[in-house]
Design a protein. Sequence first.
Length: 376
Amino acid sequence: MSIDYLRSPPLYKIAKVLRYCRLYGPARTYVKIIAQLHMRQEGERLTETWVNSGVGDSKSKNIAIVGCGNFSFSNIAYYATKNSGSALRAVYDTNGARAVSLCRAYKGLYAASRPEEIFADPGVSIVFIASNHASHAKYAVNAIESGKIVHIEKPHVVNTDDLDALMGAARRFEKSPIYLGFNRPFSNHFLRIQEALNLESGPLMINWFIAGHQIDDDHWYFKESEGGRVLGNLCHWTDLSLRMVGFEAAFPIQVTPGSPANAKSDFALTFNFADGSVCSITFSAKGHTFEGVREYLNVHKGNTLLSMRDFHELAIDRGSKRSSYKSFFRDHGHKRSVLRSILGMPSVPLREVEMTAKLFLAAKQALFEQRKITVT
Ligand SMILES: NC(=O)c1ccc[n+]([C@@H]2O[C@H](COP(=O)([O-])OP(=O)(O)OC[C@H]3O[C@@H](n4cnc5c(N)ncnc54)[C@H](O)[C@@H]3O)[C@@H](O)[C@H]2O)c1
């Protein structure tokens, strides 16, 4: 069962807040708490656009968010408006009350009654898409065709039709850059890992153990059309592994399932890359993880052996030399990931947009069909 934090016993709440302050800092803990209240908002689709009276228009109000749930509230809107000099212009959510709540909290200009209003608004230059997974590609294509910069939360697609549509639009409108919601590549820990691995040559042995949140059976992630937790969660680590091996050396990749077809949240998968690298990913979601998602990584390449815990601690052994790092807070790279599109940093090359999607779609297919899949 998922935990309703707002209804938890007071001592549990205090312990959780204290732990989160230590792990994420007081400001992010505070916004995560407010996000829980925000998620209480339930309402129908807006029948007309809600305008935030008293909030003035300006050139800096150029960001739109489609999908105003927990992640948009506690990460996207938080970092986008706090650190960039840009500001929120428009939001859309099928739950009108949530759209208004986010718009109000971050001083947006309006909550649209239809997503088309956002795509047609010349004042919007960047669209963040953080709605349900099955809607990502469709919204992204609309945004690209309207000449907007688009940041698509993971997974950017849920099937090959989505991928074809997205790649087609991206190639037709080359000037509309695409950013993806894979945040962990921008964590300082991951940047150090890549630096250390680049000093070595040869194949890698990669091992991930991840303990994720238990979520209720009726959660929307589990709907057939949304792609389940392989697309909803596992794609983070297929993407990171692909980056460690390197897009050039990786393909073809053979994906072998190691858990039953009916597994909803507990997965084991092996990836054999073209250069001889091997990666195993085990994802377990059996109960409540008090500190949120837990991630353990071990990698061996050449003379380098490294291990990372929770994007908080990293140890790198290279021959006789050992380097250890501990960040003050956990660093999942969210801030940098959100700010990239706003600050005009390099977008994701189209080949990478395509290849990382092919890999997570193959992981899903391998588990579902209980057979090896080769991704070319
Ligand atoms: N990068 C990360 O670390 C990370 C972490 C968590 C979630 N996410 C991603 O962010 C996205 C949102 O996840 P969340 O945790 O905020 O979920 P959520 O359930 O809290 O929010 C989803 C929101 O989308 C709205 N919605 C549903 N269908 C819609 C539609 N067709 N059009 C517009 N809005 C619609 C819902 O009403 C809801 O408010 C997902 O893609 C998820 O995978 C990314």
